[in-house]
Design a protein around this ligand. Sequence first.
Ligand code: A2P
Length: 282
Amino acid sequence: TPKGACLESVKIAIDTGYRHIDGAFVYYNEHEVGQAIREKIAEGRINREDIFYCGKLWNTCHPPELVRPTLEKTLKILQLDYVDLYIIELPMAFKPGDAIYPKDENGKIIYHETDLCATWEAMEACKDAGLAKSIGVSNFNRRQLEMILNKPGLKYKPVSNQVECHPYFTQPKLLEFCRQHDIVIVGYSPLGTSRDETWVNVSSPPLLKDPVLNAIGKKYNKTAAQVALRFSIQRGVVVIPKSFNPQRIRENFQIFDFSLTEKEMKEIEALNKNVRYVELLM
Ligand code: A2P
């Protein structure tokens, strides 16, 4: 992100009322997120306990001995004592080292054999050490979740699973499975992504142009974005919309003063195309 954009956006978000901030080492802006949080605390606008910061363990850091040092590095960048939630960003490991996407001479990603259960035990130790208040996962399917849930000697269950979730990709089966196990689904790309062709499958149509979302929005004097976000929170999915635009940051927070009827919820659920924008082809 352009220098300072993240700092400004997080400060505006906090002023607007946002408290949950979703970050990651690989977004390369954690220093700005930390600075924004610390400035708002110094201003007396919030206390540290008011903020819910989620950090992520990258694929090159899955070996158990790397987990705690990696989180400590994130805390140092943030200049915070703990994260509220630390999650395994993806269920596959890459070769450890400085390269975020380690590649061989043919340009193929170099994977790394690790045991996800051992990584999870190292995550549990981070919670015990007070470095993370809660621990969870991201981009895990049911089988991968079951591997953790059925691990002998499991100390803490994942509290959440962050996955793509929005009206065009509603995840009905995973949502039901996670409900049964008290795992919160955090939906990323809740607005259908930025449609950046370098990582987004743009053959799926733009979510916010959807006629149903726009028609329902008209009825409530809301935008398609607000309807999409309201739909998710109303079915118990946490949303983490991304915007660097002050007006849209505020717009995305104005979703607590209306509710969708059961019929509208069903209509939006029927938009599901079972197609991901974020294919994670690696
Ligand atoms: P911008 O940062 O210029 O606001 P997602 O959260 O699904 O990843 O979507 C993020 C994309 O949606 C960004 O490109 C963001 O652009 C855009 N966006 C965020 N909020 C809105 C909104 N309320 N209406 C339209 N586009 C939005």
